[in-house]
Design a protein around this ligand. Structure first.
Ligand SMILES: NC(=O)c1ccc[n+]([C@@H]2O[C@H](COP(=O)([O-])OP(=O)(O)OC[C@H]3O[C@@H](n4cnc5c(N)ncnc54)[C@H](OP(=O)(O)O)[C@@H]3O)[C@@H](O)[C@H]2O)c1
Length: 340
C-alpha cells in the first residue's frame, strides 16, 4: 500500500479536481504491474496497472491481489467503472486504503465487488490514504476548493511594508513555495500585492504546470499592465466589486462580486464551479485575514525566515495541527492543518 501511495503522489499537480490514486497488482508476493492516475480525466490507477501487465503475465491477473489507495469507482464518469474491469479480469482479492468520499461511490464500490464474491479488505494504512486525498475530501464534503494559505514572515512576524517590495525568504524555501504552486490548480493574490510586487505567479523554479491566476481587486484599482494579466496560456480570473474596472482583455474572466461581506466565499464557489479543486492563497495579509476570519481555509504554509524586519504589515496567525516542518537552509517551513 505504501508503494501505491508513492505512485499516487506522481499524479499530484495534474489530477485535481480528481484525487491522486496509485495501484499495484501482486502475484504470489511479486509485483506484476503498477499504475497511477496520471492526469484529470485520464485512466484510473487500476486501469493503468492492469493495462501494464506484460502479455506473458496476463494469465496471472485472475490469481493476483490488487492493491489500490482509493476505493475503486463504480460509476461512469470521464472513464468507465473500475469495479467492472476488476470483475471482468477475474481478480479475486482487492485491498484498499481509503473509501471514496464521493457520495455516488462511498462504499458502493466495495459492495459491488463483494456482491461478485471478491474478497475485499479496506482501511489498510487508512490515515495515510486519507491524508493523500485530503483536497478531494474537502471538494466532496464541502463542495468548495481545498484552500491553502501561504506566506513568508520575518523573524519578528511581519510580512512586508506597505507599498514596498521586500524579499523575505531565501532561495531553497522559494523553491518549496513553487512546488506548492505546481500542486495547486489556482493561485490567488490581492490587488495591493499585485501593485507592490508585480508577481508573475508562475512555477518557474519547479517543473510542472503553471496554475490559473486569481486576482482579488474589490476596488477595481488595477490596470492591465501587471504581469499577472499577461496572456501566457494560463486562465486568469479577476474579481471586483466595481463594474467599471480597467481589465478588458479577452483571456481574462472578469467576475463581479455582489457583496463585500462574503467575497471569499463567493470567489471560492465560483472557482469550484469552474473545476478548480485546490487554491493557494498567497496574500497579502489583508486577503489572508478575510479567509481566516471566516474559517475558510484548510492548510496554512508559513515560511519563517530570519529576515530582521520588525515593523510593517503583521503576519496572520492561525491555529491547527502540525502537518509538516521542513528546514530549507535558514528558513523553516511549517504546514498547519485546520481541524475546525
Ligand atoms: N510575506 C508574504 O508572504 C507576502 C505575500 C503577499 C504579499 N505580501 C506583501 O503584502 C502587501 C500587500 O498586502 P495587503 O494585505 O496590504 O493587501 P492585499 O491582501 O494584497 O490586497 C488587499 C485588497 O483588499 C482591499 N482592501 C479593502 N480594505 C482593506 C484594508 N482595510 N486593508 C488592506 N486592504 C484592503 C485592498 O483595496 P485597495 O485596492 O483599495 O488597496 C486590496 O484590493 C505587499 O506589501 C506585499 O509585498 C507579502
Amino acid at each position: 500500500m505504501s508503494r501505491c501511495f508513492d505512485l499516487a503522489r506522481r499524479g499530484i499537480g495534474a489530477v485535481s479536481p480528481n484525487p491522486p490514486v496509485g495501484a499495484v497488482l501482486v502475484h504470489q508476493d511479486k509485483i506484476l504491474s503498477e499504475g497511477f492516475h496520471h492526469y484529470f480525466g485520464g485512466p484510473h490507477a487500476e486501469v493503468d496497472a492492469i493495462s501494464k501487465v506484460a502479455e506473458k503475465d496476463r494469465s496471472l491477473i485472475g490469481s493476483s491481489i490488487l492493491y489500490v489507495s482509493l476505493e475503486p469507482c463504480c460509476i461512469t464518469g470521464k472513464t468507465g467503472p473500475c469495479t467492472e474491469l476488476i470483475i471482468a479480469e477475474g481478480i479475486k482479492e482487492v485491498r484498499i486504503s481509503a473509501l471514496d468520499p464521493n457520495r455516488s461511490v462511498a462504499g458502493k464500490g466495495v459492495e459491488r465487488l463483494r456482491s461478485q464474491g471478491i474478497h475485499v479488505i479496506e482501511g489498510i494504512l487508512r490515515e495515510e490514504g486519507e491524508q493523500l486525498i485530503r483536497a478531494f475530501n474537502t471538494n466532496m464534503r464541502l463542495e468548495r476548493p481545498h484552500i491553502l494559505l501561504k506566506w513568508a514572515q520575518s523573524k519578528y512576524g511581519y510580512s512586508g511594508i506597505e507599498g514596498q517590495q521586500i524579499w523575505l525568504s531565501e532561495t531553497p524555501s522559494s523553491l518549496r513555495a513553487h512546488r506548492l504552486r505546481a500542486e495547486a490548480d489556482a493561485i490567488m493574490v490581492g490587488a495591493r500585492t499585485v501593485a507592490t510586487d508585480d508577481p508573475s505567479l508562475t512555477t518557474r523554479a519547479y517543473p510542472g504546470k503553471s496554475p490559473q491566476r486569481v486576482i482579488f481587486d474589490p476596488n477595481g484599482r488595477l490596470t492591465e499592465n501587471y504581469k499577472v494579466f499577461d496572456d501566457d496560456g494560463c486562465l486568469v480570473h479577476y474579481y471586483s466589486l466595481q463594474p467599471n474596472h480597467g481589465i478588458k482583455r479577452k483571456h481574462i474572466r472578469c467576475v463581479q462580486l455582489n457583496d463585500d461581506l462574503h467575497m471569499p466565499e463567493q470567489i471560492m464557489q465560483d472557482l469550484f464551479n469552474h473545476q478548480v479543486g485546490i487554491v493557494l492563497v498567497e496574500g497579502g495579509p489583508f486577503l489572508h485575514q478575510q479567509f481566516i476570519r471566516m474559517n475558510l481555509w484548510d492548510e496554512a504554509w508559513v515560511i519563517r525566515t530570519q529576515h530582521p524586519l520588525a515593523h510593517g504589515l503583521v503576519s496572520p496567525n492561525v491555529h491547527g495541527v502540525l502537518l509538516a516542518k521542513e528546514q530549507a537552509e535558514r528558513d523553516t517551513i511549517i504546514g498547519i492543518l485546520n481541524e475546525k
